[in-house]
Design a binder for this molecule. Structure first.
Ligand SMILES: [Zn+2]
Length: 419
């Protein structure tokens, strides 16, 4: 099995390389515009948009093409062709508001586009954590002119375990960063053949059911961050937009860290319990809906409620599970919140009150999110025998995010003694 990852690194010698990277990034925008202009001409003349092959062969003699390494220039034109294709697809699907890709220009200047360096365009020096990026003939001041970036990765990332396919220079948050696009082959055995179900939500970010045991992950840490950063931002007046930007960035980093930690934690809980398959609820058309209209998120509420997209979490979980040999299956969430996971009744006589699911048919009381997670799990694994106790449905273990430790840990269980 082949797995892919992109690792982001910060550049530790920005003063030495920023001007060069600016020049390359702007050159990529100019080449994009050259390609865009050529495509327009062809379109007006023939009614057809050239594909990436034609763009490359027609423009490879162009001065702007030779600003960048040939592979980098090819990639810019491929991106342009992909952008046109994306637009066609949207139009074909009836999205009349979709627009063709535009020119990359801001007033008289050009934005700093991402530049990709494929195998022949970069040379990594792992020992000194440097990478050498090639310029095009046109921008070289002498034969062996290149950009030598020194970088720093997250401490847990070891690039020597990977084949680096591409290096990208990405301008964001007002600075240049490197993306290492990597791949490697692994073949892990699954930990076992148990199945776990996951229900994603707002108040509990995730409910995890192993069928007989369940864990809840409340979203407190996310909520606290929303509140904290919301207040901080409200205090900034308009003259301090840099401060706002910094706060947004900080909040995004914290959220990403939370989601990474959560997905890692869930996978390790699954490994411990011999899980070979994780079933996760499909949030219905999130990826397919490209009209940009507000979507029906049902019980999940607004996409922006936590400011994070559930599908991003699913993909984080998927690659972490994959690395342990665990399959991730996405199943429709239809009826999973209405059905009783103990007796499978879904006639609408069940109630959900204060997070509890109560079944009139079999008298089961369950945590509503655990009930959902168990129903999702059942989509892949058949029901257990009927005489099995289902008390666990009402008594999930709660794992909370500990900000100081940066990890999830079980909270002392508060047992409700009332009958
Ligand atoms: Zn029931």
């Amino acid at each position: 099995m082949r797995i892919h990852r992109t690792f982001e690194a910060s550049i530790t010698n920005p003063r030495q390389v920023s001007d060069d990277l600016d020049q390359l990034g702007r050159a990529a925008s100019k080449l994009w515009n050259v390609g865009r202009y050529y495509a327009q001409e062809q379109w007006d003349e023939t009614g057809e948009i050239p594909d990436d092959g034609e763009l490359k062969s027609e423009l490879k003699g162009h001065e702007r093409y030779t600003d960048l390494h040939s592979q980098s220039s090819q990639r810019v034109l491929e991106e342009l062709a992909e952008a046109f294709n994306g637009w066609f697809t949207k139009r074909r699907n009836g999205d009349s508001r979709a627009r063709p890709p535009g020119y990359r220009k801001r007033g008289d200047s050009h934005p700093r586009s991402t530049v990709s360096f494929k195998a022949a365009g970069f040379k990594q020096d792992a020992q000194f954590t440097r990478v050498r990026l090639s310029k095009g003939r046109n921008l070289k001041e002498h034969r062996s002119d290149f950009v030598l970036c020194e970088y720093e990765l997250r401490p847990d990332v070891d690039l020597s375990e990977w084949d680096i396919q591409q290096v990208r220079t990405v301008h964001k948050y007002d600075e240049w960063r490197l993306h290492f696009v990597c791949r490697k082959s692994i073949d892990p055995d699954p930990p076992g053949d148990e199945t776990a179900g996951i229900d994603l939500g707002i108040s509990n970010v995730a409910a995890l059911s192993f069928g007989g045991e369940s864990i809840l992950f409340p979203g407190n840490a996310l909520k606290e961050d929303e509140y904290y950063f919301g207040r901080k931002k409200a205090k900034c007046d308009d003259s301090r937009s840099n401060e706002r930007l910094r706060l947004d960035r900080k909040r995004t980093e914290r959220r990403t860290h939370f989601l990474h930690t959560l997905s890692k934690h869930i996978v390790s809980e699954c490994v411990e319990r011999d899980v070979g398959t994780i079933v996760i609820g499909d949030l219905g058309g999130i990826r397919d809906d490209d009209t940009g209209e507000s979507r029906n998120w049902g019980k999940h509420g607004n996409l922006d409620l936590h400011g994070w997209a559930f599908d991003r979490f699913t993909s984080m979980l998927e690659y972490k599970a994959e690395a342990e040999g665990i399959d991730l299956t996405v199943e429709s969430e239809r009826d999973t919140s209405k059905t009783c996971s103990a007796c499978e009744t879904k006639d609408g006589t069940q109630r959900v009150e204060r997070g509890l699911y109560v079944c009139e048919e079999c008298d089961t009381v369950a945590n509503a999110d655990v009930n959902g997670a168990e129903n999702i799990r059942r989509k892949v694994t058949p029901s257990p025998s009927e005489d099995r106790s289902n008390g666990w449905l009402a008594q999930p273990t709660v794992h909370l995010f500990d900000r100081n430790e940066g990890r999830f840990a079980p909270r002392e269980q508060v047992v409700d003694c009332k009958p």
